[in-house]
Every structure is written in C-alpha cells, then in structure tokens.
Design a protein around this ligand. Structure first.
Ligand SMILES: Nc1ncnc2c1ncn2[C@@H]1O[C@H](COP(=O)(O)OP(=O)(O)O)[C@@H](O)[C@H]1O
Ligand SMILES: [Mg+2]
Length: 215
C-alpha cells in the first residue's frame, strides 16, 4: 500500500502546495511511483502539474462536503503507487480531516508568523484526534519551517517556537525565489534548479520523510 503523506495546515500561503509538489518530485524515480492528490478546490497543484513535466500521477480530488468523505478515502486508498502526497486546502474542511485521518505522515509547513502558529496548533489538534481514533500512534507528524528568512529575528526563532508544539521539527525550507519561479515554469525544483540550494533543502526534507516513515 502507498505511504500517504498529507501536507496540511489550516492557513493559506504557508507553502503546502510547494512542499507537496517538490516532495513528490524528489520522491519519484524509476523504481518509485508517486501520486499527487490535489484536495484543494483551488487547484494550484493541478495547475503546477498539468503540463506533465513532473513525472507523477495527478488526481484532482476536492471534496465538497463531509458526506463524500468515505468514498474519497476509498479512492485515495486504492491508489497503487509507492507514495501518495495529498495537498490540502487552507481551511478546516472535511477533506483535511479525511486526509489526516489516513496519513502515515502529516507534513505541516509553518512560516515564521504568529498567525501561523495558531492555525498550526489547530492542525495539530486534527492530528491528535486522528491518533486517538486509530490507536496505533499514526499518523506521524513533522513541522516544517517554511519560507524562512534568517535575516529576521522571527526567522531565526521559528525552530525554537515550533519545538513548543510538541511534534518533531524537520529540516527548514528557506524563502527562495527559485520556488516561486519553478511554479511559474510548471517544474519541480530538481528540474528547474537541480544544483541550487533550494533543491538541497527539498532533498534533505525528502530524506527526513523517508526516515520518519521507516521508524
Ligand atoms: N520556500 C519558499 N520561498 C519563496 N516563496 C515560496 C516558498 N514556498 C512557497 N512560496 C510561495 O508562496 C506562495 C504560497 O505558496 P503555496 O505553496 O501555494 O502555499 P499554500 O499551498 O500553503 O497556500 C506562492 O506564491 C509560492 O510560490
Ligand atoms: Mg495550496
């Protein structure tokens, strides 16, 4: 069965779609198939992937109401890839709960802003609710400092601030124009800027993710 990575936070603009696409691009390879489930009705991930440059399977699967959740979950669990990466919408919706409910690992990008920390705490409530239901410790979770600018004090302090939230903190992703431009180009960062520092950060995150899934 596919390992399910759910990228979620109850706030927009934190880098969910950027991490979902680039993690998918990094994880996929000749012997590793990856699907991206675009669960956001806004369709940013679908837009990014529509030209087929990233080499992953795209499934546009928004969910309008909780009534369709069971069927949605069945469809995701039926996907036959090594990894399935679910890109969630920014608000609390049935689909976010469903995606966290079936995740092996929930990846929560957080920027260095106070408002983000509040939305993040809410997302973590969903993770803990899912753990209570499943009773096997799943889903695992990682907080990922996202769009970080180390020239600012908030940027330098985000790592410590996140540790207070009681979940592991993964490798940080800096604020870099390459991430914005790769979206415009419809490419993942490995194809867009394969030797650059942005690619190294995604590699480090993917390595961390693989490690967490094994442990
Ligand atoms: N690490 C980064 N550095 C610079 N810009 C980023 C980074 N991650 C995301 N962005 C930009 O921030 C905006 C929101 O990112 P996105 O991934 O769409 O967030 P979300 O899916 O959480 O709404 C986009 O314009 C995107 O290109
Ligand atoms: Mg998005």
């Amino acid at each position: 069965m596919a390992k399910i990575l759910t990228v979620a936070n109850l706030k927009g603009g934190v880098g969910k779609t950027t991490l979902a696409i680039n993690l998918a691009g990094q994880l996929s390879g000749p012997r590793c198939s990856v699907a991206v489930v675009d669960a956001d009705a806004q369709g940013s991930a679908s837009h990014w992937l529509e030209n087929g440059n990233v080499g992953v399977t795209l499934l546009a699967m928004p969910l309008e109401s909780a009534r369709g959740a069971r069927r949605w979950i069945e469809r995701v669990l039926d996907i036959e890839t090594e990894f399935t990466v679910i890109d969630c919408p920014p608000h609390l919706q049935a689909v976010t709960e469903a995606a966290i409910g079936i995740a092996d690992l929930v990846v929560v990008p957080v920027t260095a802003s106070g408002a983000d920390l509040i939305a993040t705490a809410k997302a973590l409530e969903l993770v803990r609710k899912a753990r209570t239901k499943r009773m096997n410790g799943a889903p695992k979770c990682v907080l990922v400092p996202s769009k970080i600018d180390y020239r600012t004090s908030a940027g330098r302090e985000i790592g410590d601030a996140l540790k207070q939230l009681g979940e592991p903190v993964g490798p940080a992703i800096r604020q870099r124009t390459a991430f914005v431009d790769s979206f415009t180009a419809g490419q993942w960062i490995g194809d867009y800027a394969g030797r650059g520092p942005a690619k190294k950060e995604i590699e480090a995150l993917a390595k961390y993710v693989r490690g967490r899934l094994r442990r």
